[in-house]
Each structure stands twice: as structure tokens, then as C-alpha cells.
Design a protein around this ligand. Structure first.
Ligand code: SF4
Ligand code: SF4
Length: 198
């Protein structure tokens, strides 16, 4: 009889523990409908930015590739043609690729870039069946022409855009609660919270 009573008590204690969790805030989220909001400095997938006139910020200098500890970046620069200027500098990246499977998302490419061209976004989702699909080329990295930011250097008195360093500055000083207007393919994620809601 004592064993039976002890068993019932243990059972009730178990139910009570389960019941008590009914009213607690759930730590799980309904992914993928709702996605976790990351820390402001979260390092996710890359994007290559443009200036607001549509020119590419990347000048094909290869500093990001040199800084990359995972050897994940390939840049092949080419001279801008007078009648087809892709970037404000002499050169642009004719080929730019990042192997996202090699990448360790350290952010050194972002820090090394002199023109704030390559940035890491809060986006992290990538899946495919073939390794080759994770090599992101310009068709997937470069933001659309209408999504550029900042005036290009050849329109400025000293030839240096005023917004250089703003990405790193913003990420390193942002209040963690407030966050910042992170972008993805040129769209601002904070106002268009689809895919980032916490
Ligand atoms: S985040 Fe780091 S590992 Fe990834 S491409 Fe940039 S420098 Fe290389
Ligand atoms: S992304 Fe920046 S560092 Fe890399 S090649 Fe272009 S301009 Fe140079």
C-alpha cells in the first residue's frame, strides 16, 4: 500500500511539474515562421554593396581575400572601361566569389575592405545538395542597382566617401537592445522584419 501511495505522489509531482510549464514563456520559437533576432554583430552571409548611383563599391583590391584566414574569397580584378565604369576606382571585381562552406564568419573581410563593399549580414540560412552551390558569386552577393548606399568618391571634394567605416562603426557601437538597420540584398531588415523577428 505504501508503495502504491508513493507511486501516486510521484506521479502527481510529475504532472505538477509539467503543468507548471504551461504558464511559462516558451523558450522555443515557431521556426521558420518566426526567427530569432541575433546580436547586432552577428556574422551571417555576405553581401557586396553598391553606391547610391548603382556603381559597385568593390574596387577589386583583393584585401579581403588576403585577410581571409579560411582562404574562402576569390577576387579577380579588371580595369574599368571609360564607357562602362563598374566602380568609381580604376578597377572593379570582374570575378568575386566566396565559398560560404570554407568561411568561418570571422568578419575579417569586412574589416579589411577599404570601401565598405563586403559586409556580413544577419542572414544565416543556406542549404543545398551540392558543395559547388555554396560558392556565392556576384550574382548572389551583389545587391540590386537600386539598393546602393552613399555617394561615390568621384563626386566628393577629396575623393573619399564620408560613409567609409560606417558599417564597422555601427556594428561595434550599437546598443544590443536597439539593434541597427541591418540589410539584406539592400533591404533593411529592421523595418522589414520578415525573417528576423525575435
Ligand atoms: S568572414 Fe572571415 S572566413 Fe568568411 S570570407 Fe570573410 S574573412 Fe573569410
Ligand atoms: S570587397 Fe573590398 S577588400 Fe575585397 S576586393 Fe572589393 S574593395 Fe577590395
Amino acid at each position: 500500500m505504501r508503495t502504491f501511495v508513493a507511486g501516486v505522489i510521484a506521479l502527481l509531482q510529475g504532472f505538477l511539474t509539467t503543468f507548471s510549464f504551461f504558464f511559462k514563456k516558451k523558450p522555443t520559437i515557431a521556426y521558420p515562421t518566426i526567427k530569432k533576432q541575433h546580436a547586432p554583430r552577428f556574422h551571417g552571409l555576405h553581401e557586396l554593396r553598391r553606391y547610391e548611383d548603382g556603381k559597385e563599391r568593390c574596387i577589386g583590391c583583393e584585401l579581403c581575400a588576403i585577410a581571409c584566414p579560411a582562404n574562402a574569397i576569390t577576387v579577380i580584378g579588371a580595369e574599368n572601361a571609360p564607357d562602362d565604369r563598374r566602380s568609381p576606382g580604376e578597377r572593379y571585381a570582374a570575378r568575386y566569389e566566396i565559398d560560404e562552406l570554407r568561411c568561418i564568419f570571422c568578419g575579417l573581410c569586412e574589416e579589411a575592405c577599404p570601401t565598405d563593399a563586403i559586409v556580413l549580414t544577419p542572414r544565416f540560412e543556406m542549404s543545398d545538395y551540392r558543395r559547388g552551390s555554396f560558392v556565392y558569386a556576384k550574382d548572389r552577393l551583389l545587391v540590386p542597382p537600386e539598393a546602393g548606399v552613399g555617394r561615390p568618391p568621384d563626386e566628393r571634394p577629396n575623393g573619399i566617401p564620408a560613409d567609409l567605416g560606417s558599417v564597422i562603426e555601427q556594428k561595434s557601437t550599437v546598443d544590443i537592445e536597439t539593434g541597427y538597420d541591418a540589410t539584406w540584398r539592400g533591404g533593411i531588415l529592421k523595418t522589414d522584419r520578415k525573417g528576423l523577428a525575435g
